[in-house]
Design a protein around this ligand. Structure first.
Ligand SMILES: [Zn+2]
Length: 291
């Protein structure tokens, strides 16, 4: 499942590649994955793309009038391609863009001069594909109220990497959540963007067990969880910026320390990593150095 680091890199790269261009075609190749009418889809054509940003585990494609929100769920992936390139199977939505006059001034610095950036004279496409069709694309035309589950204000806390989420704010917010730490980190109402993989990574970095209760944490452990969250996400984003382009549909996870690495030695202490599957979801941790 794409999480904060994965979607941050996609959003930054697509923004650098496409902002300032006009939508020239919009095609729902798997209409069941798209929430919106054919008229709303057709009305996207001719609108200029202002920006592409991540919010929690959603991608927002902001046009000059309308908005598109994608919730990729488990298997939704994004591709940046030239129009002639073969479309992957299970493509649900294709947005074609026109030429543009220059790179957006607010593009992320790491994208400058990247060889995967389409030239301003080319006409690139975003393709969204989803083999399980669990994810959804929401068309949100100006003036149309269409609920997006998971994206309501009360369902979405601050971004886990938001500079405004200070350690003081973290200490205050975490008091409302007494339960198990893995569930706490994955609770989007607490902080947004963390899922099954990065919750394991953060807890390993903080040396805390996933089933530990927040109510059992000492104040220095609460602080440790904050710093582990920040450093783990920042490091992952840094690695993914170098490893993911140009194949944005690939999910690069081989650099993780514990998640999905059951039976392998812990990179910190060498103990074999434990893996459990509560509710069918993999949880990985180290009995040697997490407590
Ligand atoms: Zn260990």
């Amino acid at each position: 499942m794409p999480e904060l680091p994965d979607l941050t890199v996609v959003a930054e790269a697509f923004h650098a590649a496409l902002a300032g261009r006009t939508v020239e075609s919009a095609e729902a190749t798997a209409p069941l994955a798209v929430r919106g009418t054919p008229t709303e889809l057709a009305a996207l054509t001719g609108q200029r793309l202002l920006r592409i940003v991540r919010r929690g585990k959603f991608l927002r494609i902001e046009l000059e009038r309308d908005l598109i929100v994608v919730n990729p769920m488990l298997t939704g992936r994004f591709q940046l391609a030239e129009p002639g390139a073969k479309r992957p199977s299970k493509t649900a939505l294709v947005l074609g863009f026109g030429q543009r006059g220059g790179r957006p001034r607010d593009a992320a610095p790491w994208t400058r001069g990247a060889d995967w950036l389409p030239s301003d004279g080319s006409t690139p496409e975003i393709r969204y594909r989803d083999p399980t069709q669990m994810g959804k694309v929401y068309l949100l035309p100006a003036g149309v109220e269409r609920p997006v589950p998971g994206l309501m204000d009360e369902e979405m806390g601050p971004e886990a990497d938001d500079p405004g989420l200070t350690i003081e704010a973290w200490r205050t917010r975490i008091r409302r959540h007494p339960g198990e730490l893995k569930n706490l980190l994955r609770n989007q109402a607490f902080v947004a963007g963390i899922g099954n993989a990065y919750s394991d990574e953060i807890l390993h970095a903080a040396r805390l067990l996933p089933l530990r209760k927040r109510s059992s944490l000492a104040s220095e452990e609460i602080d440790e969880l904050y710093w582990a969250t920040r450093t783990t996400l920042a490091r992952a984003i840094d690695i993914l910026r170098r490893r993911v382009p140009p194949t944005f549909e690939l999910q690069v996870r081989d650099f993780l320390a514990v998640h999905d690495k059951g039976g392998q030695p812990c990179p910190r202490c060498g103990t074999r990593i434990t893996e459990i599957k509560p509710g069918g979801k993999i949880t990985s941790y180290c009995r040697g150095c997490q407590r």
